[in-house]
Design a binder for this molecule. Structure first.
Ligand SMILES: *Cc1c(COP(=O)(O)O)cnc(C)c1O
Length: 375
């Protein structure tokens, strides 16, 4: 590691984060600590760090150390992205209205409307590229999702942080699509970073997990208490798998971004696709703001085909692109978001570029788009 760990490169930080020097003969790659209960000693012994598996766990702490270092704060791991978002929205709801993205992850909105609004919490929705200033009066918490999903719009985090703080509200940013390597919301003024690590962070499509990262010790204490009370705790095996997956995030993200650029450029030039969005494209409407606040790109893009029949032809022709929800995994997939209730065209595809060789993926997607054009 670089003598100043915060100045080491992305690959180094992903590989070494959360690992401590092993004692002589100790495993270099320790496994998950599965025990739900821990030795408490006798009266007079100091309180141990671990006592019960819902309160804390050494495998969580290793993952939290790794993610926290990348996010620039202290991390609290949760059982899923939604468990993390739920903890953040409940925390924010004690301070005033909740302001959530109208075009962000649908269950974040649904949780606010279905569970918090009936308790008297005011819920406001603003599109990612909408007028955030107009929604600030009396806000307790503002949640951004940038880049938004599946629209891939981008909002200036620092500008909204200033608005939120002037109104006395906390700012949380759903950083799932960007990943901690792609964007550091806490450096841009956010109070909380929240993410689904089910996606690119764990990165292999075999784990459901989430986290919140913050700097303020009082917020962190409230989040840890909320996790213990709510019980939405990560399994040690999931935390361990996510930590293992994180080691290659830098490598995976590099290939995924390279593939996303190639697929976006292919789609832009192909008559079967319209409405292509990827913030990394110089001509994308979100490019300037994204380039100013993001550190690097990722594998998530979108385009729209002519019809659901065209989507069927695309999927039947492709040998490499799977039909699945979620994103950020090693294999390329597309998700037709309208099926989940997103207010988008039924033939809009969110494309998650995987780690295939770029030339192979481009040839495969070109054939699939050709078939879509003929459908
Ligand atoms: C998937 C996702 C979530 C929810 O995360 P889970 O791990 O599935 O609970 C939240 N926000 C975004 C942007 C997501 O993509």
């Amino acid at each position: 590691m670089h003598p100043d760990p915060s100045r080491a490169g992305d690959g180094t930080r992903c590989v070494h984060g959360g690992h401590v020097a092993a004692a002589l003969g100790a495993p270099l790659h320790p496994g998950p600590v599965l025990s739900s209960t821990f030795e408490l000693g006798v009266p007079g012994d100091p309180a141990p760090a671990d006592f019960y598996g819902r309160a804390d766990n050494p495998t969580w702490r290793a993952l939290e150390a790794a993610i926290g270092a990348l996010d620039g704060g202290r991390c609290v791991a949760f059982a899923s992205g939604m468990a993390a978002i739920g903890a953040v929205l409940r925390l924010g709801a004690t301070g005033g209205a909740l302001v959530v993205p109208a075009d962000g992850y649908y269950l974040a909105r649904s949780l606010a409307h279905a569970e918090l609004a009936p308790l008297g919490v005011e819920v406001r929705e603003v599109p990612t590229n909408g007028d955030w200033a107009a929604a600030m009066d009396g806000a307790g918490l503002v949640l951004l999702e940038t880049p938004s999903n599946p629209g891939l719009d981008v909002v200036d985090i620092a500008a909204v942080a200033a608005l939120a703080h002037a109104a006395g509200a906390l700012l949380a940013v759903d950083n799932t699509t960007a990943t901690p390597l792609g964007q550091v919301p806490l450096d841009l003024g956010a109070d909380l970073t929240v993410a689904s690590d089910t996606k690119a962070l764990a990165g292999h499509g075999d784990v459901v997990l989430g986290h919140v990262t913050a700097r303020d010790p009082a917020l962190l204490a409230r989040l840890r208490e909320a996790r213990s009370r709510g019980g939405a705790v990560p399994g040690p095996m999931e935390a361990w798998l996510a930590h293992r997956g994180l080691a290659t995030l830098d490598l995976r993200l590099a290939r995924q971004a390279e593939n996303a650029r190639a697929v976006a450029e292919l789609a832009l030039a192909h008559p079967a696709a319209s409405d292509v969005r990827w913030p990394g494209l110089a001509g994308d409407p979100a490019h300037a703001v994204a380039a100013a606040q993001m550190r690097r790109w990722n594998g998530v893009l979108r385009f729209t085909l002519a019809s659901e029949q065209a989507v069927a032809a695309f999927l039947k022709t492709s040998n490499l692109v799977g039909s699945a929800t979620s994103f950020g995994g090693p294999r390329s997939t597309v998700d037709r978001r309208e099926r989940w209730g997103d207010a988008v065209d039924p033939a809009l595809l969110r494309f998650s570029a995987g780690c295939e060789d770029t030339a192979d993926l481009v040839a495969d997607v070109r054939a699939a788009l050709d078939a879509a054009a003929g459908a």
